[in-house]
Design a binder for this molecule. Structure first.
Ligand code: ATP
Ligand code: MG
Length: 212
């Protein structure tokens, strides 16, 4: 895209994508006037190596279904194509090289701050992009918190915070609900819900999940 001044990146596992992710992207786009936002599903997330994560192709497809009618959101296969671990600093580096002169904003929910000290090259990452941290129910963004106060001051100084309508929705809760046979309607886009049910994803018997 020519003359792109600002690019948002929303990384995540998206296992599955839900309205919490979408509302974060929508509000960040509006409030910060970003030209566009890339949704970047990770291949094999470093922080979730011990848990079972659905294969990247189906997580990617669910994002595709969720964002297809939204012109400001674009799906990126960058991390998926790499296979294995992917690190935010490498993703941001990649897009800085692809779009020189474009300001990069990395969008994340408040919960991510609580394990950000484990992120690769965090200090360099802070230099390469601006963090936009959106509120998330259950996580307060308090610099004096004993975990958060240990994060680099450059991160705090540069960080932008955005209060968004609180949606207490998480992918792990959605997976649990499906496993328990509980409804997930209105927690995520209808097409994603239909795909989950048709594919038999996240069911306790695991009949179709991660198979085929
Ligand atoms: P899981 O429960 O499996 O960790 P999740 O719902 O946290 O899933 P992720 O794919 O881990 O989803 O999150 C991707 C990004 O979206 C993270 O930066 C996370 O903080 C943010 N995010 C997810 N859900 C919400 C929400 N309800 N409100 C605000 N931000 C959210
Ligand atoms: Mg999460």
């Amino acid at each position: 895209m020519k003359d792109m001044r600002s690019l948002g990146i929303l990384g995540g596992t998206f296992d599955p994508i839900h309205y919490g992710h979408l509302i974060a992207a929508e509000h960040v786009h509006y409030e910060f006037g970003l030209d566009r936002i890339l949704v970047v599903p990770n291949a094999n997330p470093p922080h979730k190596e011990n848990s079972e994560v659905l294969d990247a192709d189906r997580r990617y497809h669910m994002v595709e279904l969720a964002i297809k009618n939204n012109p400001i959101l674009e799906l990126s296969s960058l991390e998926m194509k790499k296979q294995g671990f992917s690190y935010t600093v490498d993703t941001v580096d990649h897009y800085r090289n692809q779009f020189p002169g474009t300001e990069i904003y990395f969008i994340t929910g408040a919960d991510s701050l609580f394990f950000m000290d484990t992120w690769k090259d965090l200090r360099r990452l802070v230099e390469l992009c601006t963090f936009i941290v959106v509120t998330r129910p259950g996580y307060s963004i308090d610099r004096k918190n004993e975990v958060l106060e240990k994060l680099p001051h450059t991160l705090w100084d540069k960080m932008k915070q955005l209060q968004i309508p609180g949606l207490d929705i998480s992918s792990s809760d959605i997976r649990k609900r499906v496993a328990e046979g509980k409804p997930i309607k209105y927690l995520l886009p209808l097409q994603v819900e239909e795909y989950i049910l048709a594919q038999g994803l996240y069911r306790k018997d695991g009949s179709k999940s991660n198979a085929e």
